[in-house]
Design a protein around this ligand. Structure first.
Ligand SMILES: [Zn+2]
Length: 297
């Protein structure tokens, strides 16, 4: 199943509509399935566009955004938030013979006594394992590769996602391979919900992996200091209020496209001010809106 509907300009769209209509190709109709006007794109405004579909009026845009919001909210129940059982890090490393039972016991005791810190940090602090080995152990635990920062430069990929997600979710976009795979690095645990959201937003396959802690922290700091697309953070009192805000934002921006995805408790709306293509856009081409719905909603 395609993750998003194809962009309208991939076949007939924009200024070519009139010609497309005359030659018998599709002149897109309003993308709101409930629309009763039957207006053809040919006769009406050409923007804004939402998720590849054009809408004949603000009312139709509101209906489409509401449907998208319901879709994202329903997906919460079937989301890939992983609660699968994982082998504890200490046991995974013990099984590999990378640490001894005594090393593990000492680290667990130190962790318990301190009431803080991750097991991997205590193993490193006690001199039982190197940081690289702990990262490899986490890779075994999460069944994912250990990625290297050498071949990537997160600062060049700040337009891939809002700054908030780099900061709060500890995700670093590393590089794009073959124009279609985005490598996404995490420090301690993978975030499948964020990876899926990025796949849908960018039209790229996202491969997740872990990064060694020290390298991750330094690269994250550098990335957070770089420029990101403009972002607005809002909290809406209810889902219907959120729907109104989102459709008003889209109408005001007269955007070439917009997409909505959910990342945990946030709804992320991205606006493209120019015709989008697959992959990471230029900084000036997009802006983001990150929304939460109030607890009482
Ligand atoms: Zn319509």
């Amino acid at each position: 199943m395609p993750l998003l509907t194809p962009l309208p300009w991939s076949s007939a769209g924009g200024r070519d509509d009139a010609a497309a209509g005359r030659s018998g190709h599709l002149a897109p109709r309003c993308s709101n399935p409930e629309c009763s006007t039957g207006w053809l794109h040919l006769w009406r405004r050409s923007v804004p566009v939402f998720e590849g579909g054009w809408c004949c009026s603000p009312a139709c845009m509101r209906a489409r955004v509401r449907t998208a919001l319901e879709r994202e909210n329903d997906a919460r129940r079937t989301s890939p938030e992983s609660h699968r059982h994982r082998v504890p890090l200490g046991l995974a490393m013990l099984e590999q013979g990378w640490i001894s039972a005594g090393d593990l016991r000492r680290a667990l005791e130190a962790q318990r006594a301190a009431g803080a810190g991750r097991l991997g940090q205590w193993l490193v602090r006690n001199g039982s394992a190197s940081e690289a080995m702990v990262t490899r152990g986490l890779g075994l635990q999460w069944n994912c590769p250990v990625l290297s920062l050498d071949a990537g430069d997160p600062q060049l990929l700040t337009a891939a996602l809002p700054r908030l997600f780099v900061d709060a979710l500890g995700a670093l976009p590393l590089r794009i391979a073959a124009g279609r795979i985005l490598y996404l690095g995490f420090e301690e645990r993978l975030d499948a919900a964020l990876a899926l959201a990025l796949e849908r937003m960018l039209g790229l396959r996202v491969e997740c992996g872990l990064l060694a802690e020290a390298g991750f922290r330094a690269a994250q700091e550098r990335m957070l200091a770089a420029a990101f697309p403009p972002v607005e953070l809002i909290e809406a009192a209810s889902f219907s209020a959120l729907g109104r805000v989102l459709s008003q934002t889209i109408e005001r921006a007269r955007c070439a496209d917009a997409r909505l995805v959910r990342v945990h408790d946030f709804f992320w709306l991205r606006l493209w001010h120019r015709r989008p293509s697959a992959g990471v856009p230029n900084l000036a081409e997009v802006s983001d809106l990150i929304c939460a719905v109030g607890a009482g909603a």
